[in-house]
Design a protein around this ligand. Structure first.
Ligand SMILES: Nc1ncnc2c1ncn2[C@@H]1O[C@H](COP(=O)(O)OP(=O)(O)OP(=O)(O)O)[C@@H](O)[C@H]1O
Ligand SMILES: [Mg+2]
Length: 390
């Protein structure tokens, strides 16, 4: 991931450029500077891998800034955003002062993304690959427990070693995650989609509703227009900003979503597919895994979760594992009474270690977070973290 800074003419363009950088998913930090000489970084101050400069009325000032940055750090990459097509002599002057790219304004986030990707190809990726923080949860079909799994996993994950966890509710036709957590959100995913121009980590944080477990929720919506507006590209931009400021991003994708969104899911750390162990659930699971594979998602990222599991399902599940060539990642026991009560009171499952369902959620959360959890009784060894799930 690269480090970056923006030097813009005013707070509005600075916020826009920062949002574009954060939405690229390729930079880990964005500093903000002004373009006047008194705001230049001083010798000894750290200069990031790349700097986005807004070209003002004085090209000289902008290029002097670029030259100054090069003196402080010869490998810095400066890109200039300009509302006007630069004249050839301006371009030559820019090159002399170490400007690498001229980008049109208003800046197209996709053009910026391309420029950063070229930079990474040539000079490497700063401090390494972007961390994979996105965990997608989808249902093999409707009603199998996708939202129950997402909110409970999210609540457990948020309590596992102080992780910052964001739940992105994309359930259709209406997201139920806030309801299941008894939250009254003021904003929803619609506000993120409608404000993509200024969606940076700070703006996104203002749209979230915090649950007492620590889980932050970007609430879902029933707005039909939203789905038309939320292209795969827009979804990636939201996810990139969310990943930039959280340790994990859990996405409740429901079971019906535009197929082109699969492009945005390719970078997911895991794609959890929730099913029940009945014929419609398992039949659709098989078709869905094939289709996800065909759309380019790496099958190693699939995690099949059998919800409302009974011991009697085992025979069937063994043959399913052979057919789908993927072992079941987790079996979540059927516990209608406890889950219904939790759903109706708007509280995540929270029983103690003796409860098999809550324990299972805790185990999955601990495995995702990469931490050990206490097994019962307390003086026994810790759970083997990466042992096969039952
Ligand atoms: N482990 C479980 N044991 C018993 N019942 C469960 C369990 N998990 C979920 N349920 C029940 O399954 C029903 C559906 O759950 P949920 O709303 O999470 O499904 P969904 O897949 O998100 O549905 P939709 O497709 O409508 O979004 C709920 O009534 C819930 O109480
Ligand atoms: Mg749901």
């Amino acid at each position: 991931m690269l480090t970056a800074a923006v030097a813009a003419l005013g707070p509005e363009s600075s916020a826009y450029l920062r949002a574009c950088l954060q939405q690229s998913g390729l930079v880990q930090s964005v500093a903000e500077w002004g373009v006047s000489a008194d705001q230049y970084p001083a010798p000894g101050e750290s200069v990031p891998d790349m700097v986005l400069l807004e070209l003002g009325p004085s090209a000289e000032l902008c290029f002097a800034f670029s030259a100054h940055l090069r003196r402080l750090r010869p490998s810095v990459c400066t890109m200039v955003c300009s509302a006007k097509e630069p004249r050839p002599e301006v371009l030559i002057e820019a090159m002399r002062n170490g400007v690498r790219e001229f980008l049109g304004q208003p800046l197209d986030p996709q053009v910026l993304q391309g420029a950063i990707e070229r930079l990474i190809q040539e000079h490497g990726n700063g401090s390494g690959q972007p961390e994979e923080k996105l965990v997608v949860v989808m249902g093999s079909k409707g009603g199998v427990g996708t939202t129950t799994v997402t909110v409970n996993l999210g609540a457990q994950l948020a309590q596992t070693g102080d992780r910052r966890v964001l739940l992105l509710d994309l359930g259709r036709p209406i997201g139920h995650a806030s309801l299941m957590l008894d939250l009254q959100p003021r904003f929803s995913v619609v506000d993120a989609v409608e404000n993509l121009q200024r969606l940076d980590a700070h703006f996104l944080a203002g749209l979230l509703t915090r649950h007492e477990s620590g889980l932050e929720v970007l609430a879902g919506n029933s707005n039909a227009e939203l789905w038309a507006k939320l292209s795969a590209r827009a979804l990636s931009r939201i996810v990139n900003v969310a990943q930039g400021s959280n340790d994990f991003v859990l996405m409740d994708l429901g079971s019906v979503y535009p197929w082109e969104w699969n492009v945005a899911l390719k970078s997911a750390r895991m794609v959890m597919v929730v099913t029940e162990a009945n014929v419609p659930g398992l039949w659709t699971l098989e078709k869905q895994l094939l289709a996800l594979t065909a759309s380019g998602i790496d099958p190693h990222r699939f995690r099949v979760i059998v919800n409302r599991w009974h011991k009697a399902d085992e025979e069937t599940l063994k043959s399913v594992e052979k057919r789908i060539k993927c072992s079941i990642y987790a079996r979540l026991p059927n516990d209608f009474r406890q889950v219904s009560q939790a759903v109706n009171t708007g509280a995540p499952l929270s029983r103690n270690h003796n409860d098999p369902l809550t324990t299972k959620y805790r185990e999955i959360a601990a495995e995702i977070a990469g931490v050990a959890i206490e097994s019962k009784p307390k003086n026994k060894p810790l759970f083997g973290l990466f042992s096969g799930r039952s």
